[in-house]
Design a protein around this ligand. Structure first.
Ligand code: NAD
Ligand code: UDP
Length: 321
């Protein structure tokens, strides 16, 4: 198949592209390099089935493809809050453009939605039926509400124009290739621990998250895309940790000092988050397989090698294909 991955030079997108290329598909990676980087896909540059297009999804584009994985959107709060109006445009106009493309060429369209659409959830764990508790005017709204509109657009294109859609609600995902300045908790803690700096905990660290390793997530996305169910489907790891527990695990694994610096909790920071993955298990036969410590070890190794070679552009080894 010919497959378009928007946001393909980013963290999840580049891991997805590796899988798609290894399966022998023709892949078009489309990215504006806001939080993504060429080095994440550089190993495919000479491959005849790979194409990279620098393009912003808020502008229309004409391509001929069979499937579209629509991931373009910054995922880390510091990056999506840097230019919130642009984040909304990316989610709304960008998704509209990609759905328009899917409609024109009759491509199947998968939206990378998020657990953030549940906001600060009042039910726990979160099932797909839960409609969420989102502040429409807060600093996270550009992302949360943007993704909620993106879901609405996908379902309306499906009902009105018969576009085949798939909606994945992705929970916190981590792994190699996250940016060092990404700002999300796993990358912050790992970089801080490797640098011997105190770990920054926002609030008292009692808020919880559930962390899914990127290879598990990619497997879930591909099963959803190629299966028969529209969704929405939660994709995440149901093992729940407090942020304080996560800090302690990282410190233990890096053998760093035990220093922690408590900083103010950002506005609207969700108190708890844990996916109910019954639907993913039943519909896709999917569940995460990589335990936290194993995934963290690969992530720590990746950051360590990047931090040790800060002046040398880091390019992944070319996998065999
Ligand atoms: P990321 O920031 O690493 O990747 C996003 C990519 O999209 C980057 O390469 C960026 O340059 C590109 N991009 C951003 N705006 C664009 C635009 N207007 N036009 C073209 N490209 C653009 O983030 P990620 O963690 O890989 O997340 C990928 C997708 O998954 C996002 O849609 C995000 O909302 C969703 N998601 C991620 C998580 C997570 O924990 N990582 C959780 C929930 C949802
Ligand atoms: N967090 C933290 N220290 C950091 C970065 C994040 O304590 O250096 C907290 C943040 O306030 C939130 C949790 O960790 O409660 C997860 O944050 P992240 O930005 O990774 O994801 P999200 O809030 O979008 O789930």
């Amino acid at each position: 198949m010919r497959i378009l991955v928007t946001g393909g030079a980013g963290f999840i997108g580049s891991h997805l592209i590796d899988r798609l290329m290894l399966e022998g598909h023709e892949v078009i990676c489309l990215d504006n390099f806001y939080t993504g980087h060429k080095r994440n896909v550089l190993k495919w540059f000479d491959h005849p089935y790979f194409e990279l297009i620098r393009h912003d999804v808020t502008e229309p584009i004409r391509l001929e493809v069979d499937q579209i994985y629509h991931l373009a959107c910054p995922a880390s709060p510091i990056h999506y809050q840097f230019n919130p109006v642009k984040t909304i445009k990316t989610n709304v106009i960008g998704t509209l453009n990609m759905l328009g493309l899917a409609k024109r060429v009759k491509a199947r369209f998968l939206l990378a939605s998020t657990s953030e659409i549940y906001g600060d959830p009042e039910i726990h764990p979160q099932t797909e039926d839960y409609r969420g508790n989102v502040n429409t005017i807060g600093i996270r709204s550009c992302y949360d509400e943007g993704k909620r509109v993106a879901e609405t657009l996908a379902f309306d294109y499906h009902r009105q124009n018969d576009v085949q859609i798939r909606v994945a609600r992705i929970f916190n995902t981590y792994g190699p290739r996250m940016l060092e300045n990404d700002g999300r908790v796993v990358s912050n803690f790992v970089v801080q621990a490797l640098n011997g700096a105190p770990l920054t905990i926002y609030g008292d660290g009692s808020q919880t998250r559930s962390f899914c390793y990127v290879s598990d997530l990619v497997e879930g996305l591909m099963r959803l895309m190629n299966g028969d169910h529209t969704g929405p489907v939660n994709l995440g790891n149901p093992e729940e940790y407090t942020i304080l527990q996560l800090a302690q695990v990282v410190q233990q694994m890096v053998d760093a000092g035990k220093e922690i610096r408590f900083e103010p909790l950002p506005q609207d920071d969700p108190r708890r988050r844990k996916p109910d993955i019954t639907r993913a298990q039943e519909w896709l036969g999917w569940q995460p397989t990589v335990p936290l410590r194993e995934g963290l070890q690969s992530t720590i190794d990746d950051f360590r090698s990047r931090l040790n070679n800060a002046d040398v552009p880091q390019v992944d080894r070319v996998p065999s294909y």
